[in-house]
Design a protein. Sequence first.
Length: 60
Amino acid sequence: EIKSSISEGDVSTFERKVKLYEKKFNLKIDKKIILTPFANDKAIDIAKSFDIEIVEELKE
């Protein structure tokens, strides 16, 4: 998912979307990534608990 900024609610919503996708298509998602330039500390902590990677900058 790509977002301009994320909060803890956005992370929880993303996790619910992943679970729904897995259930609907009977697939297992191997890697969950949120790309954002701005993430608050609590959102980062929640993402870690869901095994979601937050990428805050791109490297060339």
